[in-house]
Design a protein around this ligand. Structure first.
Ligand code: ADP
Ligand code: ASP
Ligand code: MG
Length: 403
């Protein structure tokens, strides 16, 4: 029998009615003659609530305990969905990440999957049961509960689809697919019928949270056919596919913005070989993902290095930079939480000059100052003030005629 992995995000299982609606869809999929493995997120804002609670209880949050806490939300969803399925006469069994055989490294809060021993899931399928797996979590090689990073239920789903040889992985969410911009901020954004893996990776890397970055990478590397669709309307949605000759290569496909970044500036560092290497190695050793980097022109043998990191890593990044400041010869470390990034993405921009110019002109016409710039072959990103980023996204979406 063909197998499909279906992942339901937080809003999709946000309350009892939603859980029953999801159960109904799973039951219909089963009746259509396909096997289903379900992956669920925590209900609604449960994960945020758990993190808030932890912050209220203590400033000291050992990563092992943090993971034990925040993984609990997904576990609730699995049991509730299995109950709703039972009422519909569909046999189902809940599994934590550990029970599903998702083995990770010991890097708590953003662990990497090392291996999936899916025997319990395949046994359940053979018995005609629907496995319902808690997303976003695994068990470390030290046998502790780990989590895989925010939004990582997508990764759980894609990884299971790959290892189980599913014909497709369906990511059900609260929008009808991947859009030319965040439809909540750019009202005239349109749904994309198909997106290449290459563009999807850039959309996710630029902060378009509709699909978590590591899940997009995993899907591309393991060629998992992926679909993003709505659990409210159940309409077809967006396919993420290998690029092929029949795909129209729009110059700009999407305008993506994110406010989940922060900027760190290390000022007055010595301008000589090895200084940046020392700083960024230390950041990497603490698992801080550095995004954009800018080094100013040196004056009298010293310079400033600025870089952006996820806001959740800001304190670690500042701690690392401060601990090294003596060695780097730095005279200060500043942080700025009020930055945001807006990016334009499109596979066609490789062969069309002028996209950068249009982007800068559009931001200039809006009176929006650009703080940092970074590019890939199919993406241009600008760091701007956080309060201006939504206006920037709307202006760019209009300028590139994406409406
Ligand atoms: P889930 O809980 O289902 O994983 P997320 O909140 O992680 O859902 O992702 C869905 C949200 O992503 C949408 O509600 C939408 O606001 C946002 N989003 C940002 N950029 C895009 C985009 N380009 N296309 C679609 N949705 C986007
Ligand atoms: N519940 C987790 C989060 O909010 C994982 C997910 O939803 O994908 O980050
Ligand atoms: Mg998500």
């Amino acid at each position: 029998m063909s197998l499909v992995v279906q992942k339901y995000g937080g809003t999709s299982v946000g309350d009892a009615d939603r859980i029953r609606a999801v159960a109904d869809h799973v039951a219909r999929t089963r009746r259509s003659g396909r096997d289903v493995v379900v992956v669920v997120s925590a209900m609604g804002k449960t994960t945020d609530d758990l993190i808030r609670l932890a912050n209220e209880v203590s400033e000291v949050q050992p990563p092992r305990e943090y993971d034990m806490l925040v993984s609990a939300g997904e576990r609730m969803s699995t049991a509730l969905l299995c109950m709703a399925l039972a009422e519909l006469g569909v046999a189902a069994s809940s599994f934590t990440g550990s029970q599903a055989g998702i083995v990770t490294d010991t890097d708590h809060t953003k662990a990497k999957i090392l291996e999936i021993r899916a025997t319990r899931l395949t046994e359940a399928l053979q018995e005609g049961r629907v496995p319902v797996v808690a997303g976003f979590q695994g068990v470390s090689t030290d046998r502790d509960v780990t989590t895989l990073g925010r939004g990582a239920s997508d990764l759980t789903a894609v990884a299971l689809a790959a290892v189980l040889g599913a014909e497709a992985c369906e990511i059900y969410t609260d929008v009808t697919g991947v859009f030319s911009a965040d439809p909540r901020v750019v009202p005239d954004a349109h749904r994309l019928a198909r997106v290449s893996f290459e563009e999807m990776l850039e959309i996710s890397a630029a902060g378009g949270r509709v699909l978590q970055l590591r899940s997009a990478e995993f899907a591309r590397n393991h060629r998992v056919p992926l679909q993003v669709r709505s659990s409210f309307t159940w309409e077809p949605g967006t396919w993420i596919v290998e690029e092929d000759a029949t795909m129209e290569q729009a110059v700009v496909t999407a305008v993506i913005h994110t406010t989940s970044q922060a900027k760190v500036t290390v000022s007055g560092v010595k301008d000589r070989p090895g200084i940046a290497a020392r700083l960024f190695r230390a950041l990497a050793d603490r698992s801080v993902n550095v995004d954009d980097v800018v080094q100013n022109t040196s004056i009298h043998g010293t310079t400033d290095i600025s870089f952006t990191v996820p806001r959740t890593d800001l304190q670690t990044a500042v701690d690392v930079a401060e601990a090294l400041s003596g060695e780097l010869g730095a005279n200060g470390v500043q942080s700025d939480r009020e930055v945001a990034k807006v990016s334009v993405i499109g596979a066609g921009m490789r062969s069309h000059p002028g996209v950068t110019a249009t982007m800068f002109e559009t931001l200039a016409a809006e009176g929006i100052n650009i703080d940092m710039i970074s590019t890939s072959t199919i993406r241009i990103s600008c760091v701007v003030r956080a309060e201006e980023v939504e206006r920037a996204a709307r202006a760019l979406h209009a300028a590139f005629e994406l409406a």
